[in-house]
Ligand binder design. Structure first.
Ligand code: ADP
Ligand code: MG
Length: 868
């Protein structure tokens, strides 16, 4: 059926429903019949795909080549072990990735959206996925339309359909049926489509199609949600490619040098392949994904829901947090502290009632349910409740003065109006920001304006949000129901002062930001003086140099003018959401990394453009949530700061295992490559290298992801997102440790060969293994000594080290393993020597940290700047 040419009643009949909605039983039955209201996931990862993914790795190919070569030269046993390791590695990789996938899936479930529907006449929230044809949905500005719908009631309804039709701009929607004809999607003015968003007004609508039956579903196959790659993963990918090339060069170099020296090619080939294996840190990208996904899980526990994985990694780079005031920095618990009434306003038609209190009660969208619970925006609730307490209840007053129409609040106009029937005509009530109302007053008020402004400013300077009221009486309903026509020639009734106390934890979080080199900036639609008073209470403004800028002042600045001050502005007052974009781009042009919060529909562009867009979980609209990278489940500023702290820790830990794995690989390469130049045989077999890469690197490497935050985590400047991972001396560290580990391995080998010990190879192998473990322990912190951290502060690491030592002893002392891994049991003395030699690496890293600490202490005594 073509729903757009049919009458609303015919649509209801066709869908076997009514304006009261379906009952629960019918809804359940239809859900079973039509399936969930979801787009089929074309990219659902199957278990097989995941496994296949593991096998398609470059490293696996190299390993398979190694196995092939082993068979070729008659080493079937080695080939078997290599193959076993390939399988094991694939399984471990698979388990890791599966866990990461599950973690992300759980997060997506948390982010699942709800829709307001009428079921059996009662409004209730249901999961969007559970909507069925015939359901009656309630829509308002900020909602994403959850299914294809036909409107049956619409008030000032506007919908942004650009996501579907590609045409930007808002489409006004109606309920009238269209004359029979062919209409393109964009012209079906009484239909709403899944995935488009309501930008204005509100509506009631019948669901006509769900899931893959919707217009969005029809094109869903065309929309491929690309797999996200974080900046770090991208850089690691490049690094991996470079290392592969390096591995090939080193491998072939080794082969040709040996060939020229007349060594047997079979041995050379095996060692060359071992070298290539040693150089490839193929486990790294997977480890990064896993720790990002697990990190997202951890963030969840601190009430920050990650929607886009890269945010986990980039949180640590934030330099500016631009945040809404109401509800985020404050409690959003408004109370009216007092009224100011203009004396002697003559407003007929109210039957002797107080005009200001009547306006408070009638000009509101707040409702009071039978259990005396107030619902609605906190400003609205505070005002309506105050009136109700003075015996001016909304419900009671709407009987003599029924509402005829409304002009909803919007944050650009900063006003809202309602129109009511009275015996003497149509009463227009307007409330809003005092500044916005001044321009709408009758000319008779010109004389009082100075006095009014003074009174309002005095209240604002004490931190009050001031809402002013105006009114007028019209003989009949105006023909033109637009703000420009209705909100004019008003009589000023008075104003109410509302207090919204700042959050205590926000004040601490602001202080924490400042020591962490992050600048908190307040953005609000409120009065300049109100905003400034609250900002001072929270510590956001603490000196004369820190500026407060209003929207109109910002609009008057040109680009260079704004660029000159943007880094000093701490409060933006009376801004409209469109200006958020300008703030972001000005900061980004100064190389700042900007986190920006938002809740409304018109915040969506800012949320998309910020480096990290943060939507409110409680007060935020769905449109804002979909645009954001992170959702604050508790709408609390302190949570943002906590997320930054987590982000820094996660990034730190990723860097730690990059250090660990690359330094270990460097050690292996140097040992393999350099031994022949000292006239020594090849110290290690391919199997040994594989063992080290898989077990000795893998287990402790993973445990590094569990390392708690460094103590000075929030006392240092943010991570510069432009800096490479090799900044901060990482390259030198890898080279230094590589030379040390390689050198110790070769020294061990040379010494035991010299002493005529038959187990020299096992000894060299053990030194390499144990030195990696020592490094893993020491590398846990960038600066603190392991003795001050304590072994127990990272139990997974302790477990990984103990397990790795146990496994190593297993392959040294179990005869079958000796056979398979070409190892020999060491005597206790030999074992002791290898441990002692290997421990050098541990001590060297500890000493390096001691030097870092000494130097760090020297740096701290210099005057440090908190800005970046
Ligand atoms: P915030 O940044 O604090 O969320 P808003 O955009 O909600 O600011 O509000 C901006 C201004 O609009 C307020 O200072 C107030 O004067 C006015 N205002 C807020 N809510 C309403 C409302 N429900 N009706 C009329 N005016 C309002
Ligand atoms: Mg608000």
């Amino acid at each position: 059926m073509d729903y757009h040419v049919a009458l609303v009643t015919d649509v209801a009949a066709a869908l076997a429903t009514s304006p009261a909605g379906l009952d629960a039983g019918t809804a359940r039955q239809r859900l079973a019949e039509h399936g969930p209201n979801q787009l089929a996931d074309t990219q659902q990862k199957t278990i097989w795909l995941l496994l296949l993914h593991q096998l398609a790795d470059v490293m696996i190919l190299v390993l398979l080549a190694a196995a092939g070569v082993s068979v070729l030269i008659g080493e079937a046993k080695s080939a078997g072990v290599i193959l076993a390791i390939v399988v094991m590695n694939a399984i471990i990789g698979f388990v890791q990735e599966y866990r990461a996938d599950k973690a992300m899936e759980a997060l997506q479930k948390m982010a699942a959206s709800h829709a307001q529907v009428l079921r059996g006449g009662q409004p209730q929230a249901v999961l969007t996925a559970e909507l069925v044809p015939g359901d009656v949905v309630l829509l308002e500005a900020g909602n994403v339309i959850p299914a294809d719908v036909r409107f049956l009631e619409a008030h000032a309804l506007k919908v942004d359909e650009s996501s579907l039709t590609g045409e930007s701009g808002n489409v006004e929607k109606t309920v009238e049926p269209l004359p029979p004809a062919e209409y393109p999607l964009g012209d079906r003015l009484n239909l709403g489509y899944k995935g488009t968003s309501v930008t204005n007004g509100r509506a009631t609508a019948y669901v006509v199609a769900t899931g893959m039956g919707t217009e969005l579903g029809k094109i869903a196959a065309l929309i491929q949600t690309a797999e996200v790659v974080t900046p770090l993963q991208k850089r690691l990918g490049t690094l991996g490619k470079r290392l592969s090339v390096a591995a090939l060069v080193v491998g072939s170099l080794f082969f040709w040098v040996g060939w020229l020296r007349g060594e047997p090619w079979e041995d050379l080939l095996l060692v060359s392949i071992s070298l290539a294996i040693a150089a490839l840190p193929e486990a790294l990208p997977a480890l990064v994904t896993v720790s990002l996904a697990l990190g997202a899980g951890r963030l969840m526990q601190s009430h920050a829901l990650i929607r886009k994985l890269p945010a986990v990694e980039t949180l640590g780079s934030v330099t500016y947090i631009c945040t809404d005031k109401t509800g985020t920095l404050t409690l959003n618990q408004m109370t009216v502290d007092g009224l100011y009434e203009v004396p002697a306003v003559a407003l007929p038609g109210l039957g002797g009632r107080n005009a200001l209190l009547t306006a408070l009660a009638l000009n509101t969208d707040a409702t009071c349910d039978p259990e005396n619970q107030w619902l609605g925006d906190s400003t609205e609730v505070a005002l309506a409740r105050y009136a109700a307490d003075k015996d001016y209840a909304r419900a009671a007053l709407e009987e003599p003065f029924p509402r005829l129409a409304e002009l909803p609040f919007d944050s650009e106009r900063k006003c809202m109006s309602t129109l009511h029937q009275t015996p003497d005509g149509v009463l227009v009530l307007t409330k809003g920001a005092a500044g916005s109302l001044y321009k709408q007053l009758t000319s008779s008020h010109q004389a009082d304006l100075a006095d009014l402004t003074r009174r309002v400013d005095a209240q604002a300077a004490r931190g009050y949000r001031v809402l002013a009221y105006g009114a007028k009486l019209l003989p009949e309903m105006p023909a033109d129901l637009t703000p420009a026509a209705v909100e004019t020639d008003l009589l000023f009734l008075g104003f109410a002062s509302l207090m919204d106390p700042p959050r205590e934890e926000a004040r601490q979080a602001v202080a924490e930001c400042k020591t962490a080199g992050i600048i908190p900036v307040m953005i609000t639609g409120d009065h300049k003086l109100t905003a400034q008073a609250i900002a001072e209470k929270l510590g956001i403004i603490s000196s004369e140099e820190e500026l407060v800028l209003t929207g109109p002042e910002l609009a008057a600045l040109d680009e260079p003018g704004f660029a000159a001050v943007v880094e000093k502005v701490r409060v933006y007052a009376r801004v409209d959401p469109a200006q958020k974009l300008r703030i972001i781009s000005a900061l980004q042009a100064r190389h700042q990394f900007v986190a920006m919060t938002g809740d409304g529909v018109n915040d969506a562009p800012a949320l998309k453009n910020a480096d990290i867009g943060i939507a409110m979980g409680i007060g935020g609209t769905e449109v804002a949530k979909e645009a954001a990278a992170m959702i604050l489940l508790d709408d609390n500023f302190a949570t943002i700061v906590q997320a930054v702290r987590h982000g820094r820790r996660i990034y730190d830990n990723i860097l730690k295992f990059i250090r660990y794995i690359l330094a270990g690989s460097a050690g292996e390469i140097i040992a393999l490559f350099c031994a022949p130049f000292f006239g020594l045989p090849v110290p290690l077999l391919a199997i040994h290298i594989l063992w080290i890469n898989l077990i000795t690197d893998g287990l402790p490497g993973l445990a590094l992801a569990y390392e708690p935050a460094e103590e000075n985590n929030m006392q240092r400047p943010p991570i510069d997102p432009r800096q490479t991972i090799f900044a901060d001396g990482l390259g030198w560290f890898i080279l230094g440790i590589g030379v040390l580990v390689g050198g110790l391995t070769i020294a061990m080998q040379a010494w035991s060969i010299h002493r005529g010990l038959p187990h020299w190879q096992t000894m060299a192998f053990s030194v390499l293994c144990f030195s990696q473990l020592g490094m893993a322990l020491a590398i846990r912190s960038r600066r603190e000594s392991i003795f001050s951290l304590g072994l127990l502060s990272n139990k997974p690491m302790l477990g990984a080290v103990v397990l790795t030592v146990g496994l190593h002893l297993l392959i040294l002392y179990v005869p079958v393993c000796n056979e398979l891994f070409s190892t020999q049991p060491l005597t206790l003395a030999e074992l002791g020597i290898t441990v002692a030699v290997a421990s050098v690496v541990f001590w060297v890293v500890e000493i390096q940290k001691l030097i870092v600490r000494r130097r760090g202490a020297a740096v701290v005594t210099q005057p440090s700047s908190t800005s970046v």
